[in-house]
Design a protein around this ligand. Structure first.
Ligand SMILES: Nc1ncnc2c1ncn2[C@@H]1O[C@H](COP(=O)(O)OP(=O)(O)OP(=O)(O)O)[C@@H](O)[C@H]1O
Ligand SMILES: [Mg+2]
Length: 337
């Protein structure tokens, strides 16, 4: 039985299936279909299809203006889609929020500086019908030691952990975080994520927006790369890295035979630009050996890529950058869209 269904507040069992509102245990935490948000001529979100399973931790990674916050606002029922649909645990966002099934940690605002950490949690708890206990959420957000500290004296990282504690009060199935660690130092970010990680170990679903590659890499089960309101690639951090972890081999080779080059070991793409050939490969040693012994290739250059290159390539406006990314293969089933 799911954790939410254990909560007698919302759960009931019918014919072996757990239901919460319209939700069954198979219902995804989040389902976006053709989700679109236009602000006049600006296509902030431009047809996003995404399903997030229960218990998944998914990062929305993208540059400024990619549409991350606009998407999150629709998930939380703070704005209405221009087209498409959002389902949170099978419900409309407004109803999911009303049932305490989804909660959010926003970047700033909403805290009273003169209250202590514990008082803030108690005051907010009084707004909920059946909140978790104050001591429990303070513990989960790693705030027990500073429960009596005034909020105004807490560091930025501690204040974010307090927002996290507040979001835990209704014990939501889905927790949404919009750039929760922006402006924090490394240590604060680490302790914020340690608290989140400890909590997600119990099966909570988390969707977070971030600019930080390392954060997406370290804390997400799946990364969704967004750009200009669209998903440009998705996969586990390992899959995205594998997509981009091959090497680029560039050489001068007049009159290159493109199909022959495509047959070289581990080659995933071949591009011929005048006398220059550009190969993407997972086995650059073998490709080099063959190029140098079997063809007239010269001026050979080998470069490697990493997650950052993948991010830059996939979220860049320059077609050359995007083209430089190796296509996904059967062994790395992350997908480029
Ligand atoms: N209320 C609004 N009115 C007009 N344009 C808007 C509005 N909200 C967002 N936009 C535009 O929509 C696009 C997407 O913005 P959004 O805030 O969703 O991006 P983001 O991915 O969250 O960016 P950031 O990383 O900077 O937070 C941007 O071009 C932004 O200027
Ligand atoms: Mg944003």
């Amino acid at each position: 039985m799911s954790r939410a269904a254990d909560d007698a507040g919302h759960g009931s069992e019918t014919a072996g299936q757990t239901t919460i509102g319209g939700m069954t245990t198979d219902t995804p935490a989040l389902h976006l279909a053709g989700l679109t948000k236009h602000f006049g001529a600006v296509k902030a979100v431009d047809g996003i299809d995404l399903t997030v399973g229960r218990g998944e931790v998914v990062a929305f990674l993208g540059p400024n203006g990619a549409g991350k916050t606009s998407t999150i606002d629709m998930v939380l029922g703070l704005s209405t889609p221009t087209a498409g649909t959002v389902e949170v645990l099978g419900l409309r966002p407004y109803d999911a929020v009303g049932h305490g099934l989804v909660a959010a940690v926003m970047q700033s605002g909403g805290l009273l500086k003169d209250l202590t950490v514990a008082e803030t949690v108690q005051l907010t708890a009084s707004l909920f019908r059946s909140p978790r206990g104050t001591a429990e959420v303070l513990g989960r957000a790693n705030l027990t030691d500073i429960a009596d500290r005034r909020v105004g004296l807490c560091s930025g990282g501690e204040q974010q952990r307090l927002r996290f504690a507040l979001a835990l009060l209704p014990d939501p199935e889905l927790l949404v975080l919009d750039e929760p660690t922006t402006g924090m130092d490394v240590e604060s970010r680490r302790s914020f994520w340690a608290a989140i990680r400890q909590d997600t170990g119990r099966g909570r679903t988390v969707v977070f927006a971030t600019h930080y590659l390392d954060e997406a890499d370290a804390y997400a089960d799946r990364i969704v790369l967004v750009r200009h309101g669209r998903i440009v690639a998705e996969g586990t951090p390992a899959q995205l890295k594998a997509m981009s972890s091959g090497r680029t081999v560039r050489a001068t080779l007049p009159g290159a035979d493109q199909s022959r080059l495509a047959g070289l070991p581990g080659v995933t793409s071949v591009e011929v630009r005048g006398d220059t050939v550009i190969l993407q490969t997972r086995d650059s040693d073998a490709v080099l050996r063959r190029l140098l012994t079997e063809t007239g290739a010269h001026d050979v250059e080998v470069t490697s890529r990493n997650l950052e290159d993948a991010f830059v390539a996939l979220t860049s406006d320059t077609p050359d950058d995007a083209a430089a990314l190796a296509a996904p293969t059967a062994s790395t089933t992350g997908s480029l869209r």
